[in-house]
Design a protein around this ligand. Sequence first.
Ligand code: URA
Length: 239
Amino acid sequence: MTSNKIRLNKYLAECGIDSRRKVEELISQGRVIVNGEVINDFSFKVDAAEDKVLLDGEPIRLQKKVYYLLNKPKGYVTTTSDEKNRKTVMELVRSDLKIFPVGRLDFNTTGLLLLTNDGDFTNLLLHPNNKVPRIYRVALDKMLDEKDRLVLIKGIMLEGKKGRFEDVRYKDLKMKKQVTIKTVEGRNHFVKNMFKVLGYKVTSLSRIKFAGLSLGDLPIGAYRELTKDEIKGILKKNV
Ligand code: URA
């Protein structure tokens, strides 16, 4: 007989609670109860049909999966809540389901941000091994030297680990303060920190592409659902 049991971390991610990494934090914090017992072990196996799983005392149920693409404005944090009471991107997307942002953009970064309740989809997009491409439009405080442009492509040490951009292009050769960069890195503040190492300050940052998706003519602050083909395309490319 085949078993319907799956690991607790995978189950919670599939139910749309959060990404695999984030649900592991919830499990470690003792917030997950299976059949009346607090479970701290991510690899504990649950049977979705039989077992009663609670998060913070509330029953977990499988949810329909939803996928949104938002053009994030400045002045919003990309978390589901904020301890400093700043506005969060959750205020911009209407959904009855428990969605969360796929990764993060800084408070003043604008542009393409995905939100979903699909933890596995989120994992695929954020896992460093999958090298998902991100394209940013960057404005700098001074013109980018050709020598430094090449250094950024070759790679530099950043917080003990090599970081590089796949590509760095000037907007035009007379406007060397504005560049477009491509990277497969998702470390926090990665773009700003890469430029900082070489003595440049990023004065404005916008993500224009992520995982092959573009903003198109979506106005700032607006969002749309991903199409079935876009979702399939991402899942196919990354499995
Ligand atoms: N890199 C940054 O420095 N900030 C962002 O918001 C995204 C990438």
